[in-house]
Design a protein around this ligand. Sequence first.
Ligand code: MOS
Length: 728
Amino acid sequence: MKFDKPATDNPIDRLQVVGQPHDRIDGARKVTGTARYAYEQHDVVPNQAYGYVLGAGIAKGRIASIDLDAARKAPGVLAVVTAKEAGALKKGKRNTARLLAGPEVEHYHQAVALVVAESFEQARAAASLIRVEYAAAKGAFDLKAAKDKAVKPEGDDPSLDDTHVGDFAGAFATAPVKLDEIYTTPDESHAMMEPHATLAAWKGDKLTLWTANQMVAWGVTDMATTLGIPKQNIRIVSPFIGGGFGGKLFLRADVLLAALGARAARRPVKVALTRPLMMNNTTHRPATIQRIRLGATKEGKITAIGHESWSGDLKGGGPEVAVQQTRLLYAGANRMTAMRLAELDLPEGNAMRAPGEAPGLMALEMAMDEMAEKLGLDPIAFRLLNDTQVDPEKPERPFSMRRLDECFKVGAERFGWSRRSARPGGIRDGNWLIGIGVAAAFRNNLVMKSGARVRLDANGIVTVETDMTDIGTGSYTIIGQTAAEMLGVGLDKVVVKLGDSDFPVSAGSGGQWGGNSSTAGVYAACVKLREAIAQKLGINSTEAVFSGGEVKAGNRSLPVASAAEAGPLSGEDTIEYGDLDETHQQSTFGAHFVEVGVDVATAETRVRCMLAVCAAGRILNPKTARSQVIGAMTMGVGAALIEELAVDKRRGFFVNHDLAGYEVPVHADIPHQDVVFLDETDPMSSPMKAKGVGELGICGVGAAVANAIYNATGVRVRDYPITLDKLL
Ligand code: MOS
């Protein structure tokens, strides 16, 4: 189905199942431990052996020699694989560094060997017997030091280009009120609960991988490239994923090494990356240095807005696209954005929840707060004064829907914005200085081609199959709701099967496009199935109404299951998008409100309450969507206050490589959270009229916390995370 015109009325609009706050249909399996994650696939193939990954002990250089003798002779060892044993390997298109080092080492903890043994403990013990001699080379590990050598990112992606509108320099120079500040955000780790894990099994030249991967089809393609085998010979199965946040968008060492280990040991092999390997072996969100310049009239109209961002990555990698939102969020006639990329020898940087906007808004929305204060304006009033209904860089392009103003107004009312003291340090509660902060939330709404297959059997059971994944987001549930709505059956009559490359290729889980795009694919497949059912029953499909388990047309009414009496019926289709997202800018919007208390003596900061108001199209399931947003808000608090990969600038690695050293918020850190969704449908986004929300929830949170801290204390910290030492 080609989606190239705004959606009109369709069966989803009935909202009998879609839009309802259903519990997760996979919830019971998850809490009873019967949902099998990659490392728990104990019984899918017999005779499983265990692999243990050894990571490189240097950040850059060469392996001079590697002695495997003792490891090979250790008890229970079945095979040891290094680059030498692996033979020729290519690199998947989506990997910057190779997944197996040797002889070159590109980053710390890049895999250098896999030991396969009868048990995990034997594999780990044997790995400790491997002797590697390195010839270390000098690397670049310090973004600040490398900044001046940073260059314009290469590649044909136009979003990496500098943008210029009007005369930024001239307008900034002559602006009556201006701000010019530098903000920094640190390297961050996805730190998802389930580490990367894979079970690999070969049958002849066919390889099956039970793994934790957000993008099944990308994984198949990149694995085929890496091993130099046909795509048809690879099956990826990824039914349950314990968090991804972008860290599982791409193949990592566990997948490749499980496959190589299984080939060497001639047995199925499972590999999980241990927690201490995660931070340096896999990807992370790169640190940024951002310069923001704002110029405005005395009345508060922005006349000049400039945003530059510097980040680093391995050779061949890409930048953190932190200027993305600044191109679209506020009006202003004279504008510029630019990104510069420095070559660093730290582990590979890549997408983490709302790549670009999450760190970009931490800078921009703090700058907006500072500018409001310079202008003597209320921070919300200043933002509304510079709101826009068109793409500020291309005024002929309207937003498909933009209700940022309403997000602020609804939020201000609900949160009690009027109790905020405009003067910092104006409110005190015992030892706590109390502050309130706000920030805009903004994230682009991307749409992706997505396929599905739907089958109806004689018992009236509807089975949906798509390679879409559920990374904790609720995909199973909203996909089930979509099929139930389209076929007029209860959710209990729908079986959803996900995460298998044998199923039609979906949008996958990334960039907050998964919910809208994958359900739109299911919608398209259901349209096909409805036609097949109507035809079978001799009903004109345009007249048929599917409701209450029946198909009705005129005065006829038949059980939907009766169409499948002679055998199951199925429909398969893929939603594809025309240029509606070119003619109209599609984005999601919100406003974050945060209240903090800062201890007057110790500067300990406690978030006291939070509110997010989101305008993100139709909300397919308010319960799972809310869960996405509160999770994202929590992650935003982490980014504001505690999360930071500490770089060892001499040796080039992230020092805090476990959850004791890399701190993420726990329940005790998070107080009352409230989420409001504005009631809206966006007909430009898909037949579902939905948009993404899973990344919107983190966008702006960091700045709202920072602004609340400033409001509480009068101390402006532009260097995240805002730890107490920076406040004293
Ligand atoms: Mo998201 S960072 O594209 O999984």
